[in-house]
Ligand binder design. Structure first.
Ligand code: ZN
Ligand code: ZN
Length: 407
């Protein structure tokens, strides 16, 4: 029997380097992960350079690569992908931005870049979406809240450019910056900078005396009274996943960036909150797999422990993930690929180009002698060392979906 469905399970930032506090082992080597080890033992293993050897992939460029969209050809910046991940219907040419709420004092200086860690910005985001009027520029906006103090903005209109700077001062005690052309000095960049500055001005005006902020002030909390935008990018054109790979698909991801990459290529976006328990996320994945051919499931947090240099916590989190995988392993008719989107070694607190360990598991795959899931064991596997762009073709072949090349 050949499987007909694919689960691509990406443990964000899973790869690592030897850590002193783990006796010279990587978090994966040190972790007790019997389910992942079983997948390794009964599947075929290897290591993978998400983009190419020596390239320190970001989560965005890596996910594009793994989904079969070469980032060199498709990547246009983080903004439009975040915007799509927050639920904005991005159309080619629209300019997307990451946004976040912050607090300014009466003198106009930023005093809190996270607006008192405001938890829910639904209401004030709606006020901005409905209240900001850029019609004199011939521009319309989309604005959606993200998790916590985060949000996303998109501009639609003609003559727009993504070559603009950010108003984020990246420090407190100083006012937000004026946005200006960046990277190119064209009339379009100048026009877009003007549009952005006007958006920020009107947004601050709306936020100033908004009931949500008056209530926050009364409660001694920092108001969300300014919007900082960054990461401008023009939305690209993506061949739909279903046409490219002949598979229907969904994305289950707590990170807006990843959900946005999925929806940009045409996967159905199943939003989960970063605090959604893993077991619940797994049931959502199973639900999607019941009706779809492909699910991209990104598990956040291992990456964050890497960025924080917390090797022990990363190991423990990997153990937590392992405990929840059983229902996925028991699903019939499924080809499972487990990997990371890049390594985030606790020793350097950043992404590195170290290849990530990979398992492919499902009926009919060859098996090798690898019996544990970690960076070193998998390097001895029969998949050897592949690139991220090789993954989809290999998976499609294993579910008999590739077409013969030649006679
Ligand atoms: Zn990542
Ligand atoms: Zn990261």
């Amino acid at each position: 029997m050949t499987a007909s469905k694919i689960l691509l399970l990406i443990i964000d930032g899973v790869g690592d380097r030897p850590c002193d506090c783990l006796g010279g082992k990587t978090p994966l080597q040190a972790a007790h992960i019997p389910n992942l080890d079983e997948l390794a033992k009964t599947g075929i293993c290897g290591i993978m350079d998400p983009v190419a050897p020596g390239i320190r992939a970001g989560s965005d460029t890596s996910h594009l690569s793994l989904l079969g969209y070469p980032p060199q050809q498709y990547y246009t910046g983080r903004g439009p992908l975040e915007a799509a991940g927050c639920g904005i219907q991005m159309e080619p040419g629209m300019i997307g931005f990451r946004a976040n709420y912050a607090t300014i004092d009466d003198a106009g200086n930023v005093i809190d870049r996270r607006a008192g860690r405001i938890a829910d910005t639904t209401e004030i985001s709606a006020a901005i979406r409905d209240g900001v009027d850029l019609s004199k520029y011939g521009v319309t906006i989309r604005f959606e809240p993200g998790t916590g103090h985060r949000a996303a903005l998109a501009l639609k209109g003609s003559g727009l450019s993504a070559a603009v700077s950010s108003n984020d001062p990246k420090a407190t005690g100083i006012p937000p910056k004026t946005i200006h052309p960046e990277g190119e000095d064209t009339p379009e960049a100048k026009f877009t900078a003007d549009v952005c500055n006007e958006f920020c001005r009107q947004a601050a005006e709306i936020l100033k005396n908004h009931p949500v902020n008056l209530a926050r002030k009364a409660a001694g909390q920092n108001p969300a009274n300014v919007v900082l935008i960054r990461g401008a990018g023009a939305m690209g054109v993506y061949e739909p996943f279903e046409e490219r790979h002949e598979l229907s698909g969904s994305v289950v991801a707590a990170a807006a960036l990843i959900a946005g990459i999925g929806s940009s290529v045409g996967l159905r976006r199943v939003p989960v909150h970063p605090d959604t328990p893993l077991a619940e996320q797994v049931s959502l994945v199973l639900q999607e797999l019941a009706t779809r051919d492909f699910v991209l499931f990104n598990i956040k947090n291992a990456d964050e422990y890497g960025h924080d240099g917390k090797a022990m916590e990363k190991k423990e989190f990997l153990e937590k993930i392992d405990k929840e995988l059983r229902p996925l392993m028991e699903m019939p008719d499924l080809m499972i690929a487990v990997c990371g989107d890049h390594s985030t070694p606790c020793t350097i607190k950043e992404h590195s180009a170290d290849p990530v360990p990979l398992i492919i598991h499902g009926d009919g795959t060859r098996t090798d002698h690898v019996s544990s899931y970690d960076e070193i064991s998998c390097a001895a596997g029969a998949l050897c060392r592949i690139r991220g762009g090789d993954l989809m073709p290999i998976l499609l072949d294993l579910i008999d979906k590739t077409h013969k090349y030649g006679a």
